[in-house]
Design a protein around this ligand. Structure first.
Ligand code: ADE
Ligand code: ZN
Length: 319
């Protein structure tokens, strides 16, 4: 099995329907009406209704243990597909809304990472993610929280949510703070919006990676700049196809980005929403084993893990 590493997966977006049912039952909650379609999968029709379905899954979570159990089960499933490292987008906004203290929520995630390492030999790390449509003030408060209570497993600041709201420059204070304190930085851009969104992100934010960024391919000057600056793309083809950005895998720019020399990684984003997994992304990428190994090496090198861990993971690939 090809060793794999993942840099772009959302914790709540990783919950399979069976686990959502289990957590709802454990918390004595009814599942939200319309959450599932007739086929038993999450029901949504476009990007904004996907974000809405995502929020409704979040609605079945109540306790710090819920968040930890989701992370552990994801690490278990992904390790079974050959993953050695997962960097997970985790939103402190969700536990905060439930009245769960940051340290308690984080403690559950840390315990999940430690347990998964012992049980499956996989490493996990956390990207604290702010939600773009909640605005820059909330993002700054989140950045202040993660730097006030640092933890070695919280390695970066990220941002998802509705790319149509605000501009990257609005979030510069949050990103500058995180960057100044030594955290990695990544941001979703060039997914729903075009290359101008990636240009703005890399001009105004101290990011070394872009979440998605696939629409950069429409702007050759931007592709050159990504290469020159070594900025990596967290590419999620299955997510892009499910959200209708591209008709099929042949139309997806993955191969063009690789051929141009952009640093590219493969990721699942919100796997059960998009009927994919990390293993599926590797299997369906249309790349040979050597190219897939290069992708894993790129993921490890551009990850926000510390240098000793990166070295250990890279060494493990040649073992
Ligand atoms: N949050 C979860 N998945 C996302 C995506 N694909 N784009 C933006 N925000 C998200
Ligand atoms: Zn995402």
């Amino acid at each position: 099995m090809i060793p794999k590493a993942e840099l772009h997966c959302h914790l709540e977006g990783s919950v399979p329907p069976e686990l959502a049912r289990e957590l709802a039952a454990r918390n004595g909650l009814d599942l939200p009406a319309g959450l599932f379609g007739k086929d038993g999968h999450y029901a949504w029709t476009d990007f904004l209704s996907f974000l809405d379905a995502y929020d409704r899954v979040c609605g079945v979570l109540r306790t710090a243990r819920d968040f930890g159990d989701i992370f552990y089960s994801y690490l278990q499933r992904t390790a079974a597909e050959g993953a050695v490292y997962v960097e997970m987008f985790c939103s402190p906004e969700r536990p905060k809304a439930l009245g769960i203290a940051y340290a308690v929520w984080l403690g559950a995630l840390v315990e999940a990472i430690d347990r998964a390492r012992r049980d499956f030999g996989i490493e996990g790390r956390i990207i604290a993610v702010c939600i773009r449509h909640l605005g820059p003030d909330r993002a700054l408060a989140l950045a202040q929280q993660i730097v006030a209570e640092p933890h070695p497993y919280v390695v970066a600041l990220g941002m998802g949510g509705d790319e149509g709201k605000f501009s990257p420059a609005d979030f510069a204070p949050a990103y500058r703070l995180a960057h100044d304190k030594g955290l990695g930085c990544t941001v979703h851009a060039g997914e729903v919006r075009g290359p101008e969104s990636v240009r703005a992100a890399i001009r105004d934010l101290p990011v070394s990676r872009i979440g998605h960024g696939v629409r950069s391919v429409e702007d050759p000057g931007l592709v050159d700049e990504l290469i020159r600056r070594g900025i990596a793309l967290e590419v999620c083809p299955g997510s892009n196809l499910a959200l209708g950005l591209y008709r099929n895998r042949d139309a997806h720019p993955l191969h063009r980005l690789i051929a141009a020399g952009v640093r590219v990684t493969l990721n699942s984003d919100d796997p059960p929403f998009f009927h994919t997994t990390l293993g599926t992304e590797y299997d369906e990428a249309g790349l040979d084993a050597a190219a897939l190994r290069t992708i894993t090496r790129t993921a490890i090198e551009t990850s926000f893990a510390d240098e000793p861990l990166k070295e250990k993971l890279l060494k493990g690939m040649t073992a």
